[in-house]
Design a protein around this ligand. Structure first.
Ligand code: GDP
Length: 299
């Protein structure tokens, strides 16, 4: 699976039930990564990991039941705390940061986070090199997390850049997973800022094209709207239509099929129409299972 945070992570949790931990590999976006409070934070790989470990908090990010002693202390010390990490979340970021400081690749450092959180299945960063999404709005560029949290994703999007991506390459783990996959599923994540950076790692798209597995995407639009987050604004900026047309256009040439609750009759690839809202464990399992059956029918 290719995934960002929210939508992709929910489908990944459904996939875990359907195929089991040994068969599931998630390739996660690291364009959102940020260095803050002295640690390397990987928001999307971590969100996927907390979902797979059944640790995700109901608010949709962070670890359930986490405490905030470190943030409270930093705030009392007059430090900026615009990026909030719970204590256990911060501990996992310390694990990653310590591994990186010892010279580990991001892939291996995140594997320690996966192990430490008790998650099963593999969660692979899209690349080991730093590649950071920046957003232009109000005439100036800012790192993705600042746009999302400080600016609350409110200003109009005028540009998106993944800085450093041209020097990145797919890791051996990512290439092996794509080569050996029975199905490649693009999760219902933001096509521009979650899946876009993954597909722009030089060589990664070609590796998907070369893989023998069918490629199926699940649309992040439900009833023609994004369930959550700034997907609509980013699609509008990228010139993508809202609804099932967005993944069809964004992944044109890559897909063998699309799973969506609606879709044009004349789509270039088969569209499996089904309810894709994943608000319960049962619905996550159902969407995962139906997506894999559909992929199997296309192979
Ligand atoms: P982010 O990094 O947290 O923004 O994560 P993603 O890019 O993975 O997820 C954002 C997208 O997930 C949004 O476009 C949502 O519409 C989509 N999404 C969230 N929940 C669901 C769901 O239950 N079903 C579907 N189909 N999409 C969802």
């Amino acid at each position: 699976m290719l995934a960002g945070g929210t939508g992709g992570a929910k489908l990944a949790r459904g996939m875990l039930d359907v195929v089991g931990a040994d068969e599931l590999v998630v390739i996660a976006n690291t364009g959102d990564d940020v260095e803050v409070h002295g640690v390397h934070v990987s928001p999307d790989p971590d969100l996927v990991t907390w979902w797979l470990a059944d640790l995700i908090d109901a608010r949709g990010w962070g670890i359930e039941g986490d405490t905030w002693a470190v943030m409270d202390a930093l705030e009392a010390a007059g430090r900026p705390v615009w990026f909030r990490l719970g204590d256990r979340d911060l501990a996992m970021c310390l694990v990653r940061t310590e591994e990186l400081a010892r010279g580990a690749r991001l892939t291996d450092a995140h594997a320690e986070v996966v192990r430490g959180s008790g998650a099963r299945a593999r969660v692979l960063p899209m690349c080991d090199e730093p590649a950071r999404t920046h957003v232009r709005s109000g005439g100036r560029w800012r790192p993705f997390q600042e746009f999302m949290i400080v600016d609350r994703a409110e200003p109009a999007v005028e540009g998106v850049e993944v800085r450093g991506i041209e020097a990145a390459s797919p890791t051996p783990e990512v290439l092996e997973a794509l080569d050996r996959a029975d199905a490649i599923v693009i999760g219902p994540s933001n096509p521009v800022i979650s899946i876009g950076p993954i597909l722009s790692v030089p060589g990664l798209r070609a590796a998907i094209e070369a893989a023998r597995a069918p490629v199926v995407a699940v649309s992040p639009f439900v009833d023609g709207r994004a369930v959550k987050g700034p997907t609509e604004a980013f699609c509008a900026w990228a010139g993508l239509p809202l609804g099932a047309g967005a993944p069809l256009a964004a992944y044109a040439g890559l897909l063998d099929g699309l799973v969506a609750d609606e879709g044009p009759e004349d789509a270039a690839v088969p569209v499996l129409r089904t309810d894709t809202l994943m608000s319960s464990a049962e619905s996550r399992r159902r969407v995962a299972s139906i997506t894999l059956e559909f992929a199997r029918s296309l192979s």
